[in-house]
Design a protein around this ligand. Structure first.
Ligand code: BES
Ligand code: ZN
Ligand code: ZN
Length: 496
């Protein structure tokens, strides 16, 4: 999809569809909407007056052959209340407009930002909205609707003086959104087409193309390093595990500056193991590698954005299967760190593989950690599919992440990690156990388990089990993988 700027007056823009947005509390005769209203001899004001157009968020009004405009169509998108409007709203409106027009076989359109809206952030948000909205999960459909595609988008409303600003936002938005779609594509792959070995190969191909260093640890190397927690999960499968390590090491990183470790859970399929999951909905467990995909995708974006910060990405990849050699409830395993773990439930496998990955990331030199994982069903109970669950052991580091989430327009909510919850995972027969003995707090005990391996290193855990997958299509995003938290992580690293 080509994305350019168009500096012509709105009424003279020659396009399949001219798109702009209007507020619930706005005045259709003022500003840029006013320009369109005048060009169309008061059409917009008339539509508002009649009550047909209200401006409610994502309300769509499509006008064909609008008299007075060169554009073949005018699409008005509702933007809600003006004081609640921000980059996140704009990103959604952009995406929703693209998907709305795409299903109507429109191939190009021009999106006009409103007065005062010509900022770098707005250009970035628009481009992110367009590119993530254009992603479809029809890769394995043989009757793809090839006639439904958007080839060209232009952005209007930026003056000549704002051109450089716009170009910067467009370039950054494209890098981030394409990385997000790369991650979503990995998540969309079914487990027969994405085993740990295939994920490792894909990560390696990306890293080589992006100029990143990559190290793939095979099952032998994993055993040599005594990663007993990862191996315990992998032993139930005929597919061998991989530990994927990707490093971005810029020459201009300051000595003594933070080295960020991005750790992502990649269980390419989670059956639950011997503590097997119910059949209903189990097919969704192909997305249990979304945390790993997010981190690999974030590295792709960082390689292009080139911040002066060293980043080490560590992704433990395995299947969780109930094979004849599978670990069994009650088994005791020794993690790479030397801690012993009583595996009371083999379905709490994400924390096991993250234990070794977090330890290894520290050993490789990470001073600040973030992990992302589809870790618990309990986070869906707590936050539904709206917010990512955030946990941390260092408030200043966590605050940086929360600020980045806000800037990136991703909803995240911090949960408590009081010491009392730590008691829930105290082991009876080993140092710790992999599920909580208390009632409730499932996401917190999961986080506490990982924290045991982060130790004193500033660390954040993102539980994306509720948010990494859209069960239903949204107006601005296809059904399926969302790529959630990638934008926040890129923002976090580039803001350091
Ligand atoms: N992969 C699941 C968590 C999950 C649940 C992801 C729903 C996406 C949607 C994880 O490995 C798991 O099974 N967790 C258990 C932990 C429990 C046994 C303590 C869970 O949440 O039930
Ligand atoms: Zn599980
Ligand atoms: Zn899992």
């Amino acid at each position: 999809m080509q994305i350019t700027l168009d500096s012509k007056p709105l009424n003279a823009i020659d396009t399949d569809a001219l798109v702009t947005y209007l507020f619930e509390d706005g005045d259709a005769t003022q500003g840029r909407i006013g320009e369109l209203d005048q060009a169309t001899a008061g059409l917009l004001a008339k539509l508002v007056k009649s009550g047909e157009v209200v401006g409610k968020t994502l309300e769509m009004t499509l006008i064909h052959a609008p008299a007075g405009l060169t554009a073949a169509r005018l699409l008005l998108v509702g933007a809600g209340k003006s004081d609640a409007f921000n980059g996140a709203t704009l990103r959604k409106l952009a995406g929703a407009a693209l998907r709305y027009l795409k299903t109507r076989s429109v191939h190009s359109f021009t999106f006009a930002v409103r007065e005062n809206g010509a900022t770098e952030e707005a250009a970035q948000a628009l481009v992110e909205g367009f590119i993530t909205a254009d992603f479809e999960t029809d890769k394995y459909k043989t009757d793809k609707k090839n006639d439904k595609s958007i080839e060209k988008v232009s952005i209007a409303g930026f003056g000549d003086a704002e051109k450089a600003t716009a170009e910067k936002g467009i370039a950054r938005g494209r890098i981030i959104a394409e990385a997000q779609n790369f991650a979503r594509d990995l998540v969309n792959e079914p487990s027969n087409k994405l085993t740990p070995r295939i994920l490792a190969e894909k990560a390696e191909a990306m890293a080589k193309e992006a100029g990143l260093t990559v190290d793939l640890l095979d099952e032998k190397k994993i055993a040599d390093l005594k990663m007993g927690a990862l191996l315990s999960v992998a032993q139930g499968s005929v597919e061998p595990p991989r530990m994927i390590v990707i490093t971005y090491s810029p020459a201009n990183a300051k000595p003594g500056a933070p080295v960020v470790g991005l750790v992502g859970k990649a269980v390419t399929f989670d059956t639950g193991g011997i503590s097997i999951k119910p059949a209903d909905g189990m097919e969704k467990m192909k997305y249990d590698m979304a945390g790993g995909a997010t981190m690999i995708g974030a590295m792709k974006a960082l390689a292009a954005l080139k911040p002066a910060v060293k980043v080490i990405c560590v992704v433990p990849a395995t299947e969780n299967m109930p094979g004849g050699k599978a670990q069994k409830p009650g088994d005791i395993q020794t993690a790479m760190s030397g801690k012993t773990i009583e595996v009371l439930n083999t379905d709490a496998e994400g924390r096991l593989i993250l234990a070794d990955a977090v330890h290894y990331a520290k050993q490789l030199g990470a001073t600040h950690l973030v992990d992302a994982a589809t870790l618990t069903g309990a986070i869906v109970v707590a936050l539904a599919n709206i917010n990512v669950g955030v946990f941390g052991n260092d408030q200043p580091w966590t605050d940086k992440l929360l600020a980045s989430a806000k800037a990136a327009g991703e909803k995240m909510w911090q949960l408590p990690m009081d010491d009392e919850y730590r008691e829930f995972i105290k082991g009876s027969f080993a140092d710790i156990q992999n599920i909580g003995s208390g009632k409730g707090g499932g996401s917190i005990t999961g986080a506490w388990f990982i924290r045991e391996f982060a130790g004193d290193t500033p660390w954040i855990h993102l539980d994306i089990a509720g948010t990494a997958w859209n069960d239903d299509a949204k107006a601005w995003l296809a059904k399926g993988p969302t790529g959630v938290s990638l934008r926040t992580l890129v923002q976090l690293v580039t803001s350091l």
